[in-house]
Design a protein around this ligand. Structure first.
Ligand code: KG4
Ligand code: ZN
Length: 363
């Protein structure tokens, strides 16, 4: 029996600097040997969003130390690795270049293959690092920069079923939080305050509900929230909580409807799969109200719901290392002149949609 392959992964596409080492055995079972993440949240918080130049500089400052830490914690040396994986896009180009260049240098210096990973493929395959999940499955990615349904057919084989046509869901949470004068990132704050609010007080729109596709749109919902906030004038604590709860209720109802359509499209494409897995990834997957929606949908539509733990749902390098390991197992390595990409849709056969991968948007 051959030993498991070991991959160093590097993630620098947005505001997390991350390095990890994972192992993958012959049966495709994964193990995380180390996983370090440095969040730059406090560097960007004063600006109410991620500042690309600050992010790139922070990656340069911290990346070599984090890689050294990940290697030390794994207990292995560079010579024991089978490949070096890095996010090569999509993301903020300055940051992506920092991580990819570092990966190329390590790969070249130690004579290891380079694995240039699509960050979204990292999110898409994470569930297989933790448990045995068979292809095909349904992926719902809900983060600060992406909101999309993908049919995951295999490594490198994706079919986009739906996407947001404007704002990403995490972005909508962040913008609502900003309107209410809450801090960044807004999602967790909106969720916390929604708990003591009245979800029926404001009748916000349920965007695209009932449509026969499974796209999303959140910009009109955000505008509706802005109008209510403007009309209220001075907001009491209860007003803020009620807006949060009513916004979350609109998102939850929309999500249940869009999910129903996505499952329908999946079943049409794969009638033989009895209990397809539904993987929910991205920072917004941490939201408990939405998690309840996914659980109900899983029961209703006979799905196997898998929400990876928050640490692996949000940006991290273990998912990049794992995607690299899955690609290496298929012999898919990359040349050392592989160029970083700001845009890189998973399903390249589909027409680009504004919201499906904004330039420099958070993935
Ligand atoms: O996946 P992530 O950590 O970063 C990327 O976008 O790649 O997602 C961050 C997004 C932010 O927009 C944040 O507001 C949102 O996820 N978020 C939440 C919650 N926790 C994080 N949104 C709603 N409810 C939450 N509990
Ligand atoms: Zn991401």
């Amino acid at each position: 029996m051959t030993r498991p392959t070991r991959i160093l992964g590097i993630e620098t596409s947005c505001d997390e600097t991350a390095a990890a080492v994972i192992a993958r055995d012959e049966e495709g079972r994964g193990q995380i040997l180390s996983n370090v993440v440095l969040s730059q949240l406090k560097d960007h918080a004063p600006y109410g969003g991620v500042v690309p130049e600050i992010a790139a500089r922070a990656h340069v400052t911290h990346l070599d130390r984090l890689i050294a830490q990940a290697m030390a914690e794994s207990g292995f040396d560079y010579k024991d690795l089978d490949g070096v994986a890095a996010t090569a896009g999509p993301g903020l180009l300055g940051g992506v270049i920092v991580g990819l260049t570092m990966a190329k240098a390590i790969a070249f210096a130690h004579g290891k293959p380079l694995l240039a990973v699509n960050h979204l493929e990292g999110h898409a395959l994470t569930a297989r690092l933790l448990q045995d999940v068979e292809f095909p499955y349904l992926l719902l990615l809900i983060s600060g920069g992406h909101t999309q349904f993908q049919m995951v057919e295999g490594v490198g084989r994706y079919h986009r079923l739906g996407t947001t046509i404007d704002d990403a869901l995490g972005e909508a949470f962040d913008k609502v939080a900003k309107l209410l004068g809450l801090g960044y990132p807004g999602g967790p704050q909106v969720e916390r305050l929604a708990r003591r609010g009245n979800p029926q007080r404001f009748d916000f729109p349920r965007p695209l509900k009932g449509r026969k596709d499974c796209n999303f749109s959140f910009s009109g919902l955000k505008t509706a929230v802005r109008e209510v906030v403007n009309d209220l004038g001075t907001l009491t604590d209860q007003d803020v909580a009620d807006v949060c709860a009513s916004f979350e209720a609109a998102v939850a109802e929309t999500m249940a409807d869009r999910l129903k359509m996505a499952v329908h499209l999946f079943r049409v494409a794969h009638p033989q799969v009895e209990h397809p897995a539904l993987i929910v990834a991205g920072g917004v997957a941490a939201n408990q109200t939405l998690k309840a929606v996914f659980e109900r949908a899983a029961t209703l539509h006979r799905l196997q719901l898998i929400v990876p733990p928050a640490k692996l749902c949000t940006d991290n390098a273990a998912m990049i290392a794992w995607a690299g390991a899955e690609r290496l197992a298929l012999g898919l390595t990359d040349p050392l002149d592989f160029a970083a990409r700001a845009r890189w849709p998973l399903d390249q056969a589909q027409a680009p949609v504004y919201g499906s991968g904004k330039l420099g948007a958070k993935a």
